[in-house]
Design a protein around this ligand. Structure first.
Ligand code: URA
Length: 233
């Protein structure tokens, strides 16, 4: 891979930034200063440093975002702000997309990646990746309503799969789904005469929301978290 492409796909620098930095002596390959960016390097073996920092090469990028209110889970939208806009501009060329959707007003854990195969596997109904949400509803629901939702409820032409719900009070609880129908929790609550007033995803496929992230903040997944996502069969 060309050195400038490597610096670009790792979101280190644009090709023109890479070229300027190399001319200024800020790029090394295996310890030697390289002034020309058309050099071919082996991303898996060579050690590239940019301004003194080693550049980590990963074939794919995985990001955890704490989604704030008011953003749509899409890569672009003619009217709405998208979750991609919460990432730095230099990450645009990585081709990231949200692995699954959260509604515009839903908060919390969203994974962004450019690993299409893993995303597809996690979202496919066959794989049953668990998604845990904290919710508050109004009006409160009864224990019979909770039991109906847990058993599987008609949300308008579709009966949801059995799921698990823990209520900490009649208007507040946690729900674990293994599927992701459009507006699923909203429609499940509507089917028992209630409405969501707060919804936050707190766990996705065994990865909990990192509570140190403020709303709108993101971080790269750790190697351990990537292992959890990619080793699911
Ligand atoms: N169910 C919903 O209704 N909305 C979400 O964002 C996620 C699950």
């Amino acid at each position: 891979m060309r050195l400038d492409k490597f610096l670009s796909v790792t979101a280190t620098a644009t090709r023109s930034e890479a070229s300027k930095a190399a001319k200024a002596g800020a790029v090394t390959v295996n310890g030697a200063v390289v002034k020309k960016c058309d050099l071919h390097i082996d991303p898996e073996r060579d050690v590239i440093c940019f301004r003194g920092e080693p550049v980590i090469y990963r074939r794919f990028t995985y990001i955890m975002l704490n989604k704030p209110d008011g953003y749509v889970s899409a890569t672009d939208d003619p009217r709405e702000k998208t979750v991609l806009e919460l990432l730095p501009e230099n990450m645009a060329r990585l081709g990231l997309f949200p692995a699954g959707r959260l509604d515009k007003n839903t908060l919390g854990l969203l994974i962004l990646t450019n690993d299409g195969e893993t995303a597809h596997r996690l979202l496919s109904p066959k794989h049953h990746a668990e998604k845990r949400y904290a919710f508050r509803c109004d009006p409160p629901i009864t224990d019979a309503d909770r039991a109906k939702m847990e058993a599987g409820i008609d949300i308008g032409g579709y009966v949801t799969k059995p799921c698990h719900i823990d209520m900490s009070s009649p208007d507040c609880g946690e729900i674990i789904l293994t599927e992701g129908k459009y507006h699923q929790i909203k429609r499940m609550l509507e089917a028992v005469g209630s409405k969501i007033v707060f919804l936050e995803r707190i766990d996705f496929a065994g990865i909990p929301l990192d509570r140190t992230l403020e709303r709108g903040q993101w971080r790269y997944l750790s190697d351990e978290e990537i292992g959890i996502l990619t080793s699911r069969t």
